[in-house]
Design a protein around this ligand. Sequence first.
Ligand code: PLP
Length: 389
Amino acid sequence: MDNLLTNGRYRELIRHYRLDEPIYVTRPRMPSLEAYGDCLKHIWDTKWLTNNGLYHREFEKKLSRYLGVEHLNLFVNGTIALLVALQALRINSGEVITTPFTFPASTHVLHWNRVRPVFCDIDPKTYNIDPNKIEKLITPDTKAILGVHVYGTPCDVEAIQTLANRHGLHVIYDAAHAFGVKIGDRSILEYGDLSAMSFHATKLFTSIEGGALVSRTKVQAERIYYLKNFGIAGEETVIGPGINGKMNEFQAAFGLLELDIVDQEMRARRERTLLYRERLADVPGITVMQDMPNVTHNYGYFPILVDPAKYGCSRDELHDVFRACNIITRKYFYPLCSTYPCYSILPSAHKQNLEIAERISLQVLCLPLYGDLSRDTIEVICHIVRNLT
Ligand SMILES: Cc1ncc(COP(=O)(O)O)c(C=O)c1O
């Protein structure tokens, strides 16, 4: 890399395009400060800070309606929602088949529930768990399949459900990236047993930190409610070993206001995605993702793949040039979860079982994408990609 950054031609490019202010991979669309101030005033006046307050109740109701789901429990963050998803299904031993190409939380929640992750390779087009490779990993210890809708691209939900039905397995989705995504008219959150969402500040839709768990039945939703509230079912009744996963009023009020602006944010991100796609369409060695038929995408991320043999330099080199230009791209998801020291000794973590995931993790780079990102900045980013090699 030293060579690339010290090479005169690249130095010239970096000098020319270096931005004064950093451009991050994402930024949240902020609700009106005045409106949030009104919410803060209400919180101050009522002194109701958490525990199913007014904003929590309102947010849960409006969010369910917006997403088109019936049973939704809010959470303090997406990781606790995932952790509770496994507890809700009583999965606390054995194995769960999952993807290595994801954020650490998706795998860590298995470990925290004393479940062994079994890594399955991914599909080269969607970058999601490949259903064709799941069946050979199923053993008598397998309890569930945990898919992740990476970048909001739906997993092959029908194929996964068919496999799960055939083998009597649960299906959990990490839908942290999949806010508002639909297949036909149906929310992506309506597939599988449970779907966990994240509303972290880096997400398309945010409640500062936050999350939700979407379930199929009222009974499940009630169990989840107890599990996220210490197992408390009444003033003097604790029905099981719960945890504290509650969202507070500050988060809920923020989330409520975000609901009014998330459509605008999605539209703005879609426009920027289309511009990126147009500008990068014919760059040899650069692959961009396309929309899938019958899917409503949310345009939360803009990942590209850099094939070094065809492009002329590696993903890491391109990333470093961007950094030198003050453009903060991110290698989501490198390294693979299967390479972390806590999981790399697992038999399923062997590189040769995960060839596609290995390749994609070495080639993927998420470019900046958010509603306020200027078109001029996108032109600069695309110019760097087009002219680096
Ligand atoms: C795929 C995925 N799963 C889980 C999480 C964890 O969510 P949270 O940060 O809300 O705990 C994130 C991101 O933060 C994520 O990207």
